[in-house]
Design a protein around this ligand. Structure first.
Ligand code: UDP
Length: 329
C-alpha cells in the first residue's frame, strides 16, 4: 500500500487517481485544511488527520503494510510564506520530520517528496538544472530546502531512499474534467485569470510589470498536473523496482518553456474568447523574475515524457472551471 499525505489536494488527488488507475492500493492522509474529500478517488482509503500527528502515523504504520510514502501535505504559497513564515516551517519542516521519524522507526524506506523550484532562489541562468546553487528567497522555498537537507542526511545514516521532485508551476486539470484546482482563497495565476474571465472577479491583477524580463512581467514554467503526476509514478516505480539500490535523487519537473504573466493572460483570453480587465499592482514579495526548468535529468534517467503543452493546461483548467463553477462545492 502507498501512503499519500495531502492526497485530497490539487496535485495529490491527481497522483492518487493515477496510482489507483495503475492498480496500487492507496491510503490518503489529509487534514482537509485545504484539500477536498470529493477530490479523493473512491478506490483509495481515506484518513482525516495531520501529518504531524505521531499517534495517527503510528496507527497507520502499525495497521497497514506501507511500501512507500508520497508526501504532498504542505503549505505552498510563496506570498503567504513571506507573511506567515512560522506556518511554513511548522507545516513543511516540523511535520515532515515527524513523518520521517515514524518512517524510520517502522523501517519504511521509500519516500517521494514534493519539493519546488523556489529552492533555487534567483538563478543567474535562463534554464535551471539540478546542479545550480540553492539560495531560496522566500520561506516556502527555504522550508522545502530544509527538508531536502534532512532527507540527504537520513539517506546517509539509514537504509532510507528518496526522490525529491522540484516542481515548477503546476497547471491544468484532469483530462476527465472530474478533478481540478480549487483553492480558497485562490492566489495562482491561471485559475485567477480563468475565474476572472468567467465573471467571478472584476479584474485580474499583475504583480509587477517592471521586472528584467522582455515584457516586464514574471516568467514561469507551467507543467500540466497530469504530466507532473506521471513523473511521480515513474519516481515511485524507480524506488520500488530497485530495492537493493541506494537512491537519493533530485529531479526538476517542468515543461522547459517560459511564459510571462502577460503572455498567460493573452493565452487564456484566446482559449476562452473573452477580454480580461487587467490591473497593474506592485510586485509581490518573494517572486523571482524568471523560473524555467531543464527537465533533462528526469527524461534521461526515468524516461519521463511530458504529453501536454501550455494550451492543454489552459484548456483542461477551463473545462474544469466550466464544469465546476464553484469548485468541489
Ligand atoms: N501572479 C499575478 N497575478 C495573480 C497571480 C499571480 O501577477 O493574480 C503572478 C505572480 O506574481 C508570479 C506568477 O504570476 O509572478 C505566478 O504566480 P503563482 O502564484 O501562480 O505561482 P508561484 O510562481 O508563486 O508559485
Amino acid at each position: 500500500m502507498i501512503l499519500v499525505t495531502g492526497g485530497a489536494g490539487y496535485i495529490g488527488s491527481h497522483v492518487v487517481r493515477d496510482l489507483a488507475d495503475r492498480g496500487y492500493s492507496v491510503l490518503v492522509l489529509d487534514d482537509l485544511s485545504t484539500g477536498h474529500l470529493e477530490a479523493v478517488d473512491k478506490r483509495a482509503m481515506f484518513i482525516q488527520g495531520d501529518t504531524g500527528d505521531s499517534h495517527v502515523l503510528e496507527s497507520i504504520f502499525q495497521s497497514h503494510s506501507i511500501q512507500a510514502v508520497m508526501h504532498f501535505a504542505a503549505s505552498c504559497l510563496v506570498g503567504e510564506s513571506v507573511k506567515d513564515p512560522l506556518k511554513y516551517y511548522q507545516n513543511n519542516v516540523v511535520n515532515t520530520i515527524q513523518l520521517l521519524e515514524k518512517m524510520v522507526e517502522h523501517n519504511i524506506k521509500n519516500f517521494i517528496f514534493s519539493s519546488t523550484c523556489a529552492t533555487y532562489g534567483v538563478p543567474d541562468q535562463a534554464v535551471i538544472h539540478e546542479q545550480l546553487p540553492l539560495d531560496p528567497i522566500n520561506p516556502y522555498g527555504k522550508s522545502k530546502l530544509m527538508v531536502e537537507t534532512v532527507l540527504n542526511s537520513i539517506s546517509d545514516s539509514h537504509d532510507f531512499r528518496y526522490i525529491a521532485l522540484r516542481y515548477f508551476n503546476v497547471a491544468g486539470a484532469h483530462i476527465s474534467g472530474e478533478i481540478g484546482e480549487d483553492h480558497a482563497p485562490e492566489t495562482h495565476l491561471i485559475p485567477n485569470i480563468l475565474r476572472h474571465l468567467q465573471g467571478k472577479s472584476s479584474f485580474i491583477e499583475i504583480f509587477g510589470n517592471d521586472y528584467s524580463t522582455p515584457d516586464g512581467t514574471c516568467i514561469r514554467d507551467y507543467i500540466h498536473v497530469m504530466d507532473l503526476s506521471a513523473g511521480h509514478i515513474l519516481a515511485l516505480e524507480h524506488l520500488l523496482q530497485n530495492p537493493g539500490l541506494k537512491i537519493a535523487e533530485i529531479f526538476n519537473l517542468g515543461n522547459e518553456r517560459g511564459v510571462s504573466v502577460l503572455e498567460m493572460i493573452n493565452l487564456c483570453e484566446q482559449a476562452v474568447g473573452a477580454k480580461a480587465n487587467v490591473k497593474i499592482q506592485p510586485r509581490r514579495k518573494g517572486d523571482p523574475p524568471h523560473l524555467v526548468a531543464s527537465s533533462r535529468k528526469i527524461k534521461a534517467l526515468l524516461g519521463w515524457v511530458p504529453k501536454y503543452e501550455i494550451n492543454k493546461s489552459i484548456e483542461t483548467a477551463w473545462n474544469w472551471f466550466k464544469k465546476h463553477p464553484n469548485g468541489y462545492k
